[in-house]
Design a protein around this ligand. Structure first.
Ligand SMILES: [Zn+2]
Ligand SMILES: [Zn+2]
Length: 440
């Protein structure tokens, strides 16, 4: 259920641990109109979204016991709620409406999680995006700033053939004292190999490794291809071997290996042969599949095909984590925030993010401007992620947007002293997150 009063109130906490105990929730009116609405509330009910309710029509609301309600000296509303099962609950605040009846004043949403998921936090980011150091439009610094503006907690710049631009983006975030985690990365293009591969967070360049000793790379790639059927097309054989060589080298460098845009059409044909796609998915040697991405705004069909294929592979019982990434080639002219990934990990640290991706604790997001998000990930996480989109991200993104806008200005006109201003904003996302989740 949508919280139509989100901007006028804060509900603390909004994510709680599943428990038989009653938990204290505080509703705070941020603005004048909200305070007047709180004055009207005389009772409340708690409605569990995924549990059956007795009765006909709206009568069932009345079968739920009324809770304890108190107005605190500072004007906040205090109430107690018991959330014994995982899922979303609606806080239904009502006023007396004559003859023992009650009418709705407003509703809020809270979510209860079992301990394993309650202990994790969602981290939103992009790990496939380009700068002017390859064929993107803006500098690494500006791309980094735009990722923050778009509400990301982490990002990795991944220029074609190059690792160094990602380090420049990292340095810029550090210079600005930005809380966003900026990681190294590159899009790996190997000699004689069509599939595109992302090295996300690896501590060295796999492009360089292949080019430094190309003969060795080719020899080792053929070793990987040894087990493939003899009658297979020789180019496809090599491509499967080379891609798997790259997946393993990325992991050796501590990175996450992503098989990119499998259904990217280029010059009237699919860039990667279907036989190669079949084998790479079958062997499942990469860490994550790019299900949503977009080099241009016209490539929705490519994403839908990738999603249907991903679903079909999952139906076979395979664990293939899904990612959404922009593959942006221009922050303002291409796609920079339509596709991204939410990763569920204890902390915003790369080893934990990498571990979470491999454990399938990530959700790929496809969100076209003005449209409802489309998600790819395991069902339990998707369910919670939709709640986060409604309840958590609007304010989270507002904080990031401010920081990103200041950095974009700093890296284009130099008009604002970003390092100083961003320092003063430091910790704002973390503090909002702390208030949104129940204290451990
Ligand atoms: Zn690519
Ligand atoms: Zn790319």
């Amino acid at each position: 259920m949508a919280n139509t009063f989100r901007n006028q109130f804060t509900v603390t906490p909004q994510v709680l641990k599943v428990s038989e105990e009653e938990k204290r929730i505080i509703i705070h009116a941020r603005q004048g109109h909200g305070r007047k609405l709180l004055d009207m509330v005389s009772s409340y009910r708690l409605i569990a979204m995924y549990q059956p309710v007795p009765g006909e029509n709206r009568k069932w609301l009345k079968t739920l016991p009324e809770g304890k309600l108190k107005r605190l000296p500072n004007g906040d509303l205090e109430l107690y709620a018991r959330l014994p099962k995982e899922g979303e609950y609606t806080l239904y605040l009502e006023k007396a409406a004559g003859e023992g009846d009650a009418a709705e004043v407003m509703t809020f949403a809270v979510y209860a999680l079992k301990k394993d998921l309650f202990d994790l936090r969602p981290w939103k980011g992009d790990f496939h995006i380009h700068s002017s150091e390859s064929d993107g439009k803006e500098t690494p610094e500006f791309v980094m700033a735009t990722c923050r503006r778009d509400g990301f907690d982490f990002m990795a710049l991944t220029d074609h053939h190059q690792y160094a631009p990602s380090l420049a983006a990292q340095k810029a975030a550090c210079e600005c004292n930005c809380d966003m985690l900026v990681l190294p990365g590159e899009e790996v293009h190997l000699p004689g190999n069509a599939p595109h591969i992302i090295n996300f967070g690896g501590n060295r360049s796999i492009n360089e490794l292949a080019h430094r000793d190309e003969e060795k790379y080719r020899r080792e790639s053929m070793e990987y291809a040894k087990t493939l059927p003899e009658n297979m097309d020789s180019i496809n054989r090599f491509e499967i071997g080379a891609s798997e060589w790259a997946f393993d080298r990325i992991r050796e460098a501590g990175g996450v290996a992503m098989f990119c845009h499998p259904y990217w059409h280029w010059q009237y044909h699919n860039y990667v042969d279907e036989e190669v796609i079949d084998h790479l998915l079958d062997h499942n040697r990469f860490d994550v599949l790019e299900v949503f991405g977009g080099m241009s705004k016209q490539q929705i069909e490519m994403n839908m095909l990738a999603m249907h294929r991903w679903q079909e592979e999952r139906a076979k019982g395979k664990i293939i984590p899904a990612a959404g990434v922009s593959d942006g080639h221009g922050c303002d002219t291409s796609v920079s925030n339509w596709y991204y990934t939410v990763i569920f990990a204890e902390k915003l640290e790369f080893p934990l993010l990498a571990e979470a991706i491999r454990a399938d604790r990530c959700v790929g997001v496809h969100r076209l401007p003005g449209e409802h998000p489309l998600l790819a990930g395991n069902f339990r996480l998707c369910k919670f992620t939709y709640f986060l989109f409604r309840e958590f991200y609007p304010r989270h993104d507002e904080i990031c947007h401010l920081e990103g806008t200041i950095m974009r200005s700093y890296y284009s006109e130099g008009s604002i002293n970003a390092p100083e201003v961003i320092s003063s904003l430091s910790g704002a996302v973390a503090s909002f997150m702390r208030s949104f989740w129940e204290e451990n």
